[in-house]
Design a protein around this ligand. Structure first.
Ligand code: CTP
Length: 149
């Protein structure tokens, strides 16, 4: 029988194959402190693909597309599993979209998008490793520059 490092959940979302070091950043995106149901977080678990991985399980919650898009920027190898009645009913890998709107702030303090009521817009010029370019000031950002809104 398969042994689980972190116990199975009945209903909810499992974010698996997170790069261990990014696990708590993903937890922040999902705002787990404000959850009312069970949340399980595992870091440095053994993984076939990544060597070590992080995992987050949130009881009773189906994560939404905006959260998935944010997670993709921080943990590009993550897999999302939706669980119903102990079964995995949906499984997909996160994907970085071609254009990111209203999720990431431009890193350039002088950019017009940081001074007016403009929704930030960034073009994804490389997905892994992530590289973004601001639509307004054309500043290029790497993963270390990403400021999630
Ligand atoms: N899981 C869970 N509760 C369940 C069912 C599954 O927490 N009731 C978790 C498992 O622990 C695993 C993930 O959801 O982390 C995906 O489950 P499953 O597809 O059964 O595992 P694997 O085959 O190992 O997935 P993958 O191929 O994506 O590595």
């Amino acid at each position: 029988m398969k042994q689980l490092d972190v116990s199975a959940i009945k209903d909810g979302s499992v974010i698996d194959h997170i790069d261990s070091k990014s696990t708590l950043k993903v937890a922040d995106i999902l705002n787990i402190q404000n959850e009312e149901q069970m949340v399980l977080v595992g870091i440095n678990l053994t993984s076939k693909f990544l060597g070590k991985k992080g995992i987050i399980k949130i009881g009773g919650k189906i994560i939404d597309q905006k959260e998935v898009n944010k997670i993709a920027l921080i943990a590009p190898d993550a897999t999302v599993n939706i669980i119903k009645d102990y079964e995995v009913v949906k499984k997909f890998k996160v994907a970085v979209p071609d254009v990111i709107e209203g999720i990431v702030k431009c890193f350039n303090p002088n950019c017009v998008s940081n001074h007016h009521k403009i929704t930030p817009k960034l073009h994804v010029i490389n997905k892994n490793p992530i590289k973004l370019q601001c639509h307004y000031c054309e500043r290029i950002m790497n993963s270390k520059d990403i400021l999630l809104i």
